[in-house]
Design a protein around this ligand. Sequence first.
Ligand code: FAD
Ligand code: NAP
Length: 360
Amino acid sequence: MNSAANAPSSPKTAPPSGIPGIPEMLPDYSLRARNSFGFEVLAKQAYSITHADQICAVIEDIEAAGLPWRVLGDGSNVILPPLLPGVTLLMDIAGQAITQQDASGAVVSVGAGVNWHDFVIWTLDQSLPGLENLALIPGTVGAAPIQNIGAYGVEVGEYIQSIEAYDCHLKTLVEMPASDCAFAYRNSIFKAHPNRYIITRVHFYLPAAWTPRLRYADLAAAFASDHVPTAEEVMVAVCKIRNRKLPDPKLIGNAGSFFQNPVVEQSQYLRLLEQFPELVSYPEGNEHEGKRKLAAGWMIDRCGFKGLRAGAVGVYQHQALVLVNHGGGTADAVLALAKTIQDNVQDTFGVPLLLEPICY
Ligand code: FAD
Ligand code: NAP
């Protein structure tokens, strides 16, 4: 996604014996094409990381210079200010391969910089179903574990076997089994501890046994009740639904859902239901916990924000959970609109809405 405005300042030094050296520093690097809001953003210094072995040396240099830093995939879940100080690491590690396969399933190893949707298509081309409900989610494979991406009742953590990452505390590459990643609803150890782990590679386990997962009404409605769809058919249906309901960031800037769906205690849910009988909600977690996930999009719509425009930014007309940049918007403008929405939802429902994208 590198912008044409970003010509490198000097030619790359040829690394000895095929081991990649420290990548060249890209000064004043435009991230206009690398954040899905399409904000005008300049990274003071950027490095394109194409190999895990480059990270250790780059981080040592950054820390010796005392500079702030952050990692960026494709920028589809971030809110970036006009100037990003310090160093931005662009995760561009490529490559995907089946590393083990038997009658029960396959292990697939994928570089952090691989495009997520391209990877989902590739798994289906290899006759490895499982990830089709997560088709068309923007971003990179390396970012997918950060908020444990989810859609239509499937979460990526269910299919992750282990993760390779540079551990900035231990200053070495580590391999973490999924059981150490604290995957939860739109959360993980990586989101809880920003700047500790830089994910370089993800190992997926895709079991051969497969049945379509059609719990969500939109997806179930795409198929006749007596038809058991193939994984490819599910993927095509997911893409159609998403294209119908969600704005394409290439045409209208956005970061997907701007707020997380709040999860509340059963007692609070029942009080709200008395006041708002049409409240949209779903059971969350195991049945003994009795928690309820409230549809934040419905609450925002109920407060009258759907389709609202505030200068260059606004609320998407077909999905109130998505804030958009109509062109020329900024992080400040979208955050001001978000604050107004949060205050209204709090006043109306007594429920705080948390931001989903990461704000820098
Ligand atoms: P970025 O936005 O670049 O980064 C996100 C965070 O991850 C940042 O904090 C960054 O520092 C960190 N990060 C990125 N790469 C690494 C790495 N290699 N190592 C360590 N940290 C890293 N999300 C869903 O869960 N479900 C959806 O259905 C969904 N639909 C979306 C639809 C649209 C139209 C859009 C715009 C977004 C949607 N999202 C969805 C959000 C987003 O696509 C995902 O969160 C995606 O995984 C972000 O990937 P990215 O490469 O763009 O990450
Ligand atoms: P939708 O199907 O209209 O559903 C609205 C909300 O209700 C969603 O937030 C979803 O929760 C919840 N929901 C619907 N059916 C459910 C069920 N059977 N069980 C539990 N929860 C249910 O949502 P949509 O906006 O069209 O999005 C479709 C899917 O894509 C959702 O899973 C959504 O999370 C995902 N998506 C995510 C982003 C993002 O940026 N995070 C952006 C676009 C779409 P969940 O959100 O928990 O699934």
